[in-house]
Design a protein. Structure first.
Ligand code: FAD
Length: 474
């Protein structure tokens, strides 16, 4: 067989970025979408590795598909993009993924499909899978193609209730609709999409891209009930009486605290309050500009911290600093987001731990006392130990402190009525088919895994849908 060596001669390219000084003036996307030539050219680099290799199969090689939580058949649609056959590429791309154009934008591909791409280890780098995925789907939509939501199949009499409209709920609804099963989705917020809508900022994923999927699902029969908080046992009892199954996809909504002195002062916010507030302003729901002209300190080093600093810059903050207790190399989030934040003028205080919030007589934030830290090797341990350096206190003057330290699960009181078991972190316990301790209730996404990723939530939603379909069609 002739081996494809195009990856050696065609340079890996990634989507172009808007100039940093321009992009901080609005919440529009940071990256441009590939054009046809770029997408076709990059597709030529694919080696067409076999798609029948699945996660869990032992192999000395890794393939894009084994790195993808949805096990997408990536080489099949890349081949069609290469041939200019967008219709076929769209079919393959949407067959296993419930919203590929969204995941192409938000997935950390460098640690998933692209991290597992066969040519990642070569000097030339991986195929730019995510960017090709976004291109082909957007191109298909321009051509008038619509995703499959069971529009053409006969509807069954079966009905499923989905609680939560984030990626887990969206994905479950997609595959149930495709099987002709009726779906009622209950969402406490005023807009659907979960953290895709109110967490991840518009400059990473545009909200009309999310709402477009909901419009198609509603046209195909999804009953979406917004502003509907499922909070008590009576609601759950009604659901168990009126639906064949329930899928619980509530996310992990509890922000972690830093446990600092004066942490409840005016001007200390949890990251989600700031991100939701900012997104509501982008939607023009007219909220006051709380960050404008303020000195901001964001505590944390993950992706939500990067979203907070980059949002603060766009909200016309006077200065934006990120305080992270380890070094730059240890940051848990995506490297590309740190680079974007630096380009946009964010100042990083690495090896710095917060100690105490300084307040004025009105209990407003005036500053943050910090301490310097160092990382030391410990014999037999991979992760270095963090030491606080004695007498290294210093003050960062600021008006606003944003805590971006991760999220925990919340145990809803109705879990007992529903006979759903939870683990020690408050996560819902499910089996490999996403079934809870109640046979008719399923769960997935962050409410099961703790704070994780959109793509793992999507994989859970699909798995739960397949189990429900199998239960209801026997
Ligand atoms: C700031 C931030 C940035 C992120 N960036 C990325 C990224 O770039 N890439 C990535 O892959 N992942 C990212 N993530 C993680 C990703 O967004 C989540 O893992 C994913 O959204 C989880 O999906 P989910 O459906 O389980 O929950 P969620 O998206 O949290 O959705 C849960 C939904 O349930 C609703 N709900 C909750 N309680 C009730 C109730 N009682 N009644 C009715 N509805 C209810 C909520 O309003 C929400 O809409 C980010 C997360 C955050 C916080």
């Amino acid at each position: 067989m002739k081996q494809n060596k195009a990856y050696l001669t065609i340079k890996k390219t990634t989507p172009k970025k808007r100039d940093a000084q321009k992009r901080i003036t609005d919440f529009n996307p940071t990256y441009y979408i590939f054009n046809k030539d770029e997408a076709q050219n990059q597709s030529l680099r694919c080696l067409k590795c076999p798609v029948d290799v699945l996660k869990g199969m032992t192999s000395e090689f890794s393939f894009c598909r084994t790195g993808c939580p949805l096990e997408n058949k990536i080489p099949l649609w890349i081949e069609q993009v290469k041939n200019g056959n967008i219709k076929e590429a769209f079919k393959y791309s949407n067959e296993t993924s419930p919203f590929p154009e969204i995941l192409g934008m938000v997935c950390p591909q460098d640690v998933l499909c692209q991290g597992a791409c066969t040519i990642t280890q070569t000097e030339t780098g991986s195929v730019t899978i995510g960017a090709i995925e976004v291109y082909l789907n957007e191109q298909a939509f321009k051509m008038g193609l619509i995703p499959d939501y069971g529009q053409k199949i006969e509807k069954t009499t079966k009905k499923v209730a989905i609680i939560g409209s984030g990626p887990a709920g969206m994905s479950c609804a997609t595959f149930l609709l495709r099987a002709g099963i009726g779906v009622d989705m209950f969402e406490k917020s005023d807009r659907p999409g979960g953290l895709l809508t109110y967490g991840i900022p518009n400059f990473k994923i545009q909200k009309d891209v999310i709402l477009r999927r909901f419009n198609w699902m509603q046209e195909a029969g999804l009953n979406l009930h917004l502003n509907t908080d499922i909070s008590n046992s009576k609601q759950i009892k009604n659901m168990l009486d009126n639906y064949d199954a329930i899928f619980v996809a509530l996310g992990a909504p509890k922000s972690k605290n830093a446990n600092l002195k004066n942490e409840d002062a005016h001007g200390v916010y949890h990251v989600m309050d700031i991100l939701k507030h900012a997104q509501k302003r982008v939607f023009q729901d007219f909220y006051e500009a709380i960050l404008e002209d303020k000195n901001i300190v964001v505590i944390g080093g993950g992706d939500s911290a990067m979203d907070a600093v980059r949002t603060s810059v766009r909200m016309n903050a006077k200065s934006v600093r990120c305080v992270y207790r380890r070094d730059e190399h240890s940051m848990p989030g995506s490297r590309k987001e740190v680079i974007n934040a630096k380009e946009e003028g964010v100042i990083f205080e690495f090896n710095t731990a917060p100690k105490e919030v300084i307040v004025n007589e009105k209990y407003n934030v005036k500053g943050l006392i910090c301490q310097k830290t160092e990382l030391v090797e410990v014999k037999g341990q991979k992760r270095k130990k963090l030491n606080v350096i004695q007498d290294s206190d210093f003050v960062l003057e600021c008006d606003i402190i944003i805590l971006a330290l991760g999220f925990d699960n919340f145990i809803f009181p109705w879990y007992d009525t529903a006979e759903i078991n939870t683990g020690k972190w408050g996560e819902i316990i499910v089996d490999e088919n996403k079934r809870t301790s109640n046979r008719r209730i399923f769960a997935g996404g962050d409410s099961v895994r703790g704070a994780d990723l959109a793509v793992t939530a999507a994989a859970d939603g699909r798995k739960a849908a397949y189990t429900i379909i199998s239960d209801l069609t026997q």
